[in-house]
Design a protein around this ligand. Structure first.
Ligand SMILES: *Cc1c(COP(=O)(O)O)cnc(C)c1O
Length: 222
């Protein structure tokens, strides 16, 4: 199977309204080009220091998403071009994204990353912390970021009931936050959930964006 075959197979399963972010972390620019040449233009990376060189080396019609933990001091490297940051996990980070977006005279679209997994190690906000950010004076004064939805990662487990219930929880958080803070904002519409191992479950639970790496590119070397 080539990456083009993998991509085709995934697209056959995706409902039309669910967007695919091809996660190219650890993969070479040649491998990205194979997917690009198959007609896909939306890619995601989990580290700013991998994203920047790929942006510089690859065609400029690629749209780049940041999906991994973002350190405050790295925001400036991706602020000029990043299309969507999925991984806002603190007010401090959001403030810096706003500042760097303003320097670049643009608005950066962002998702709040919510912790839904059982594992302690994964990044993300508690639901209450997300609400605190959205209620803060500081957030209300930000003119250069737009919160477009939520992102979450489920526990890495074979227990599909657990994974489904974590995704369902994220969808409920999304509905609550939309009603409370974005009732008239059509731009608050994204639920980024689902990876290679669990995207079918995520779609059943209402995902609008799946972030798929190894099912397209093959397993990563660890
Ligand atoms: C690596 C990664 C993915 C993709 O993982 P796969 O299991 O390879 O599909 C999705 N989201 C984030 C945040 C990641 O770091």
């Amino acid at each position: 199977m080539t990456v083009a075959d993998n991509l085709k197979k995934i697209f056959e399963e995706l409902p039309e309204e669910v967007r695919l972010i091809a996660i190219s972390k650890t993969k070479s620019t040649d491998q990205v080009m194979q997917v690009y040449n198959a007609g896909h233009l939306v890619f995601g990376e989990s580290k700013a220091q991998e994203l920047l060189p790929k942006y510089e080396a690859l065609p400029k019609d690629i749209r780049w998403h940041m999906v991994g933990h973002l350190q405050s001091n790295k925001v400036k490297y991706i602020a000029p071009f990043v299309e969507l940051i999925h991984s806002i996990d603190s007010l401090k980070l959001l403030r810096i994204v706003n500042k760097e977006a303003r320097k670049n005279a643009r608005t950066i679209q962002c998702l709040l990353q919510i912790h839904i997994a059982e594992e302690e190690s994964k990044y993300g906000l508690q639901f209450e912390e997300a609400c605190e950010i959205l209620e803060s004076e500081s957030f209300r004064n930000m003119g250069n970021v737009e919160i477009c939805g939520l992102m979450g990662m489920a526990t890495l487990t074979d227990n599909t009931d657990q994974v489904k219930s974590e995704f369902r929880q994220l969808k409920q958080y999304f509905d609550t936050i939309r009603e409370k803070y974005f009732p008239r904002k059509a731009s608050f519409k994204e639920i980024s959930m689902g990876m290679s191992g669990d995207y079918r479950l995520a779609i059943e639970e209402g995902s609008t964006m799946v972030r798929i790496g190894s099912a397209i590119f093959g397993e990563r070397d660890h």
